[in-house]
Design a protein around this ligand. Structure first.
Ligand code: AMP
Length: 371
């Protein structure tokens, strides 16, 4: 089955065409809304043109969409129809930047290829198994009932994919362990018997770890304080989502630059790595308890897969759990799933490359072949 995987942003459209493990074509259309690509329909025409050559006369069988927010309703990928599209649209207030773009992408496909099966794969779905004590905030119930204020969790497609791959690597039927997805956005998930039981992102992707440009956990009173100092809603949004995290601490959100600066002795960069690795180590300690004893700690995504120095900074703080890195294995450059701990480590530390496109394509093929 040939699957077109689409990740629609408000002004960009990222795509990949896959047949099983083969990537037949991929690309990015940017600046949607400007003269050359006035809307998502025009972006799709461009994708169609780019893909046609790669397919050499064959055609796409189904489209899989990355959808950020599935709210409380969607716990697995679904075949899209008008009602599903409207349901995704109703979740716009919860993901004001992402869900409207996904809906625009879905409608553009429906318009262009009315009979094309389309599947929505939700970033929140894997975390629908969180128990209520993990997803509740200790605020008046009315906030949950009126606005849906609760913890949802994100990066679910990646966490689910990595959970399966890690289980395979350690020879378990299902993973009981902790997965750290560390990219520009970062989250850590507690997985018991293959199911997510807690995760660090919450109502939005802002909660939890120190990220490229997001602060992660802070005292909410800081917002109230800054509002009294004259900061507007837009100021606070920009401050916490775009100008904090590694960028706030060092001036750059790129972990490569931060680790290089730290190695050459820049104190701010060293401090940023300590703040970020300490935060993650605290979560790992908590989640070790939550899952009833992890059987693996897994690193994935841009930083998790490539930043050996950062992995080392995290694991060096986890001696109390009996974890021990094999520094040679840790510094090996490799693209395959592998263990990087010593044989005397209490449980293995793994690096497992994530692949959200592959996961979305697999889920899409699965839903379409069952429908
Ligand atoms: P992602 O969002 O998964 O693409 O991850 C992006 C992050 O991975 C950025 O902070 C990059 O600086 C970081 N990254 C990618 N390669 C490396 C590397 N070799 N060393 C350190 N960080 C890296």
């Amino acid at each position: 089955m040939i699957i077109l995987v689409i990740n629609s942003g408000s002004s960009s459209l990222k795509y990949q065409v896959r047949e099983g493990d083969d990537v037949l074509a991929e690309g990015l259309v940017e600046r949607i809304g400007e003269a050359e690509v006035p809307d998502h329909a025009a972006a799709l025409d461009r994708v169609d043109g780019e893909v046609a050559t790669a397919l050499g006369g064959r055609s796409i069988d189904a489209v899989g969409h990355r959808v950020v927010h599935g709210g409380e309703r969607f716990s697995e990928p679904v075949l899209i129809d008008n009602e599903i599209t409207r349901a995704i649209e109703r979740l716009n207030p919860l993901a004001p930047l992402h869900n409207p773009a996904a809906v625009t992408g879905i409608r553009a496909i429906t318009e262009k290829w009315p009979h094309m099966p389309q599947v929505a794969v939700f970033d929140t779905a894997f975390h629908r198994t969180l128990p209520e004590h993990a997803w509740r905030y200790a605020v008046p119930d009315e906030l949950y009932r009126r606005f849906g204020i609760r913890r949802y969790g994100f990066h679910g497609t990646s966490h689910a994919y990595v959970a399966r791959a890690a289980a395979e690597l350690v020879g378990a039927e299902a993973l009981t362990g902790i997965i750290a997805h560390l990219g520009n956005g970062a989250s850590v998930t507690a997985v018991r018997d293959g199911r997510s039981i807690d995760t660090s992102m919450g109502f939005t992707p802002l909660e939890g770890l120190v990220m490229g440009t997001r602060s992660g956990d802070i005292d909410p009173s800081i917002l109230l304080f800054l509002m009294r100092e004259g900061y507007s809603e837009q100021d606070l949004d920009a401050l916490l989502n775009r100008n904090s995290g590694l960028k706030g601490l060092t001036g750059t959100n790129d972990m490569r630059s931060v680790t290089e600066a730290a190695e050459s002795g820049t104190e701010r960069a060293q401090l940023a790595i300590e703040v970020a690795s300490y935060r993650l180590a605290k979560y790992v300690g908590g989640y070790h308890v939550a899952v009833g004893g992890a059987q693996a700690l897994v690193f994935t995504a841009g930083i998790g897969e490539n930043a050996a120095a950062f992995r080392s900074a995290v694991v060096s703080k986890l001696g109390a759990l009996g974890l021990e890195l094999d520094e040679d294995r840790n510094s090996e450059r490799s693209k395959v799933a592998r263990a990087i701990s010593t044989s005397s480590s209490a449980f293995p530390v793994l690096v497992v490359p994530t692949n959200e496109e592959a996961a979305i394509a697999e889920a899409t093929a699965d839903v379409v072949s069952r429908s």
